[in-house]
Design a protein around this ligand. Structure first.
Ligand code: BJW
Ligand code: ZN
Length: 245
């Protein structure tokens, strides 16, 4: 399969990659679902919704501070770095990520669409004014917005909230025009992100899924690679390079 995908990639111009929590798992960032997932210990509707925040901002902030600490200590892994190099091999390349950890940027990827925000940024719950990423939040004493007095929250997209309209529309546009689409380390359960590979496939792209487990996308994908992304992606990169050499 490696050989076949590398050959297809050589002949494609417009590549879109969708990543999820699985690509950062080998860096030590917990995923959301699955046996070691965050949601095993916490219910998403108790933490990643505005209702949860309004009901118990202290618990929600404790959870985000815990995740910020983990993310602050980890580094990109070979999967992230392979995607940086892959970016240079296509005329048109877009990296769409659901991750809020910023590791693609740290690794050096350039053309990134962050669908669900960035965990290190903050905004006001009332007026949406953004606040700097070095603002440490004490869950027992959450600061008020200097503009309006509203509470400060993480600048991420919670369930029931709209994604940034420009970013999601760019992601759909690129997906519809892609000739090659990779879905990497995502359970493809959360919409609208989960619709992107469907859009690409509908428009004729070759669909490659890299996930250690099967997902709702697996039966639709042209290829399912049940390997760690941090192992498969560097191998794929080397194979593509050897074809072009
Ligand atoms: C590896 C690996 C390794 C591990 N190598 N693989 C249409 C149909 C049904 C429902 C909806 C719909 N449209 C909207 C909805 C509602 C909702 C939704 O989708 N619900 C579903 C759960 C049913 N969507 C929304 O609410 C979205 N908003 C919206 O649509 O607005 C319009 C609207 C407004 C009002 C009413 C209705 C509609 C917003 C979704 C926001 C999601 N937010 C979160 C939290 C972000 C902030 C934070 O991080 O705290 O985003 S939830 C969480 O899930 C996070 C993730 O980005 C997202 C996706 O998870 P991901 O990345 O796929 O991770 P996992 O853990 O699920 O999977 C990891 C995978 O990796 C696994 O498969 C492993 O096997 C694999 N793996 N190691 C390769 N080394
Ligand atoms: Zn405000």
């Amino acid at each position: 399969m490696l050989e076949e995908i590398a050959n297809i990639a050589r002949n494609c111009q417009r590549c879109v990659v969708l990543t999820g929590a699985g690509i950062s798992a080998e860096s030590g960032v917990p995923t959301f679902r699955g046996k070691d997932g965050l949601w095993g210990k916490f219910k998403p509707e108790e933490l990643a919704t505005m209702d949860a925040f309004l009901a118990n901002p202290k618990v929600v902030w404790e959870w985000y501070n815990w995740r910020r600490q983990i993310i602050g200590e980890v580094k990109p892994n070979p999967g992230h770095y392979a995607l940086c190099e892959l970016e240079e091999m296509f005329t048109n390349f877009t990296l769409v990520t659901q991750n809020v950890d910023g590791l693609h940027r740290v690794a050096g990827s350039r053309n990134i669409l962050e669908l669900h925000g960035n965990i290190n940024l903050n905004k006001c719950v009332e007026c949406s004014q953004k606040y700097p990423d070095d603002l440490e939040i004490n869950p027992d004493d959450i600061p008020g917005c200097p503009n309006c007095g509203g509470q400060i929250r993480p600048d991420v997209v919670w369930f029931g909230e709209m994604l940034d309209a420009t970013i999601i529309s760019q992601a759909f546009d690129k997906s519809a025009k892609a000739d090659l689409f990779f879905s990497i380390g995502t359970s493809t359960l959360v919409h609208p992100a989960a619709s992107l590979p469907l859009e690409a496939k509908r428009s004729g792209a070759t669909l490659v899924e890299i996930n250690i487990e099967a997902t709702p996308l697996t039966t639709l994908a042209d290829f399912h690679i049940a390997e760690l992304s941090g192992v498969f992606l560097p191998n794929l990169l080397e194979r593509i390079k050897s074809i072009s050499a």
